[in-house]
Design a protein around this ligand. Structure first.
Ligand SMILES: Cc1cc2nc3c(=O)[nH]c(=O)nc-3n(C[C@H](O)[C@H](O)[C@H](O)COP(=O)(O)O)c2cc1C
Length: 185
């Protein structure tokens, strides 16, 4: 259990002041020493078009696919848009998932999210779990991290002030690390 685990973090929001990116950064700051987290940049991935793909994966997608393939596990922080995952996140997943060598297959996954409402991305996270089923990923079930009324949970500089979530992040890491080692055998 001494091997360093490589985790790829993905935020489903592109905005600078994103609560989900802040949540991802907070989680990274609390990662155990044997976990190294890299953050994927999905901001320049074009809208999926099969005609484009037949010309080859764009460089941004090639990079994302390589990062996913090289990661031992993924950590996705998703906003909720209209009760589902944002288009930019789904678009990045759609691109990366195309053959050959679908890179998500077999990857352990942890999901979390922050939204302005009191449901804290519940519906989006369950949609993401459904997507993970098709992609043959292995999400951890608990803890579920739903950051509700995110404007109250973070201050203006993206610091988390929600004690409940702060307590769940180490539990998430323990669950993800244990699960990842179990799946690696
Ligand atoms: C197009 C759109 C749809 C949204 N739909 C929802 C929703 O269904 N549920 C929800 O809780 N918040 C919804 N919101 C509000 C987001 O939770 C809020 O903008 C949040 O800050 C987005 O995450 P971010 O801070 O990481 O960018 C929506 C926002 C946008 C822009």
């Amino acid at each position: 259990m001494t091997d360093t685990l490589r985790v790829l973090g993905i935020s489903g929001s592109l905005r600078k002041g994103s609560f989900n990116t802040a949540l991802l950064r907070t989680a990274i700051a609390k990662a155990p020493p044997d976990v190294k987290v890299e953050i994927a940049d999905i901001s320049a991935i074009p809208a999926y078009n099969e005609d484009l793909r037949t010309q080859g994966f764009p460089a941004t997608v090639e990079k994302l696919r390589r990062q996913i393939a090289e990661a031992d596990a993924l950590l996705i922080a998703t906003p909720e848009y209209n009760f589902s995952v944002p288009g930019v996140l789904k678009n990045a997943i759609d691109w990366a998932s195309r053959p050959p060598n679908q890179p998500f297959a077999g990857k352990p996954l942890a999901i979390m999210g922050a939204s302005g409402s009191t449901s804290g991305t519940m519906r989006a996270q369950y949609h993401l779990r459904q997507i993970a089923v098709f992609l043959d990923m292995h999400p951890i079930n608990k803890p579920e991290i739903f950051v509700r009324t995110a404007h109250n949970a973070f201050d203006g500089s993206g610091q988390l002030h929600d004690e409940g979530t702060a307590k769940l992040l180490p539990q998430m890491w323990t669950a993800l690390v244990t699960w990842t080692h179990k799946l690696k055998g």
